[in-house]
Design a protein around this ligand. Structure first.
Ligand SMILES: [Zn+2]
Length: 173
């Protein structure tokens, strides 16, 4: 990186930053459009969740497949379709990704203890072909969580109606 001019470096950094924030923006826009409201990067919660939906007692983490070792088993740490662990400095990367995975698990355990639900959204689930399905399923999960937390044990069809009503109500405020 040292051979870059400051302008080049700035351009590079900006590109990296934009690339990193894109998946988060997809989730934010998708949920907002569906009537969900959230807070960003909650500093006081373990793991600084990307989105926090207080009404749903839910934290959402939007994870990069490489850094968080998507589909990598903790015991074997073999590369997956989502996370190709480099062969150069292999042990370094294995240790790093394993640490990240352990940390994610630990933070979600703490959040669960505090009564929060956690949803992990993987970068690969936000590819344009899968995006809408993923957002729909997050919305479904959130409504399901809400109904469970308010112990509305109604038949399934009725719950679906309820879900529609909830989303409409959410848009009012
Ligand atoms: Zn993935």
């Amino acid at each position: 990186m040292d051979h870059l001019t400051p302008q080049q470096r700035h351009k590079n950094m900006a590109a990296i930053r934009n690339k990193n924030t894109k998946p988060e923006m997809i989730v934010r826009k998708g949920l907002w459009k569906r009537g969900f409201r959230y807070r960003l990067n909650h500093k006081r919660l373990p793991g600084h969740p990307d989105l926090v939906l207080r009404k749903y007692r839910t934290c959402i983490f939007i994870n990069g497949c490489f850094w968080h070792g998507h589909l990598v088993e903790s015991n074997t740490m073999e590369s997956s379709v989502c996370c190709k662990i480099p062969t150069t400095n292999h042990d370094f990367w294995v240790a790093k990704i394993r640490r990240n995975k352990d940390r994610d698990k630990e933070e979600q355990r703490k959040l669960a203890e505090m009564g929060w639900h956690c949803i992990t959204v993987w970068e690969c689930e936000l590819k344009s072909s899968k995006r809408e399905d993923t957002l729909e399923s997050i919305a479904f999960t959130l409504n399901h969580i809400y109904l469970q937390d308010h112990s509305l044990n109604r038949p399934y069809e009725q719950q679906e109606e309820e879900t529609g009503m909830l989303m409409a109500a959410e848009e009012l405020y």
